[in-house]
Design a protein around this ligand. Sequence first.
Ligand SMILES: [Zn+2]
Length: 149
Amino acid sequence: MAKECIKCGAANSFTKNVVFINIKGEEYCTKCADEYIAKAISGILITTTNNIDGYTVNKYVDIESVEIVVGTGVFSEFTGEVSDFLGSRSSAFEQKLQKAKQAALDALRYKASENGGNAVIGIDLDYTEFSGNRIGVVANGTIVLLTKI
Ligand SMILES: [Zn+2]
């Protein structure tokens, strides 16, 4: 039997190429997977501090770490003037880093939702440089279950 999206029923055909993402053993198309993840993380609070005003930590679930690796591109393409580098090119690079940072935080929130937490506290973001013009954004945090005071 051909694979199909568990939610919307999308399947591969001669005219359509569906990319599937496996979530907990179920196959989702990318659109439904995005919706699933967006819903899962929507209620998850994140903070760099160790507590959130108005809430108390009910349970420490786990310490998690996620890493998003991005190609910088900008460095290998860099041949022009410094002003060029500091201008549009650096802002394109910053946007890339911003996106990677957001993806790392979303991944932490997703892990929280999957593991019975409702917040990630004490978040720490680090950037690591790899060879081949790649940069990794590493996000660490503690998944907790908070309750309102
Ligand atoms: Zn679908």
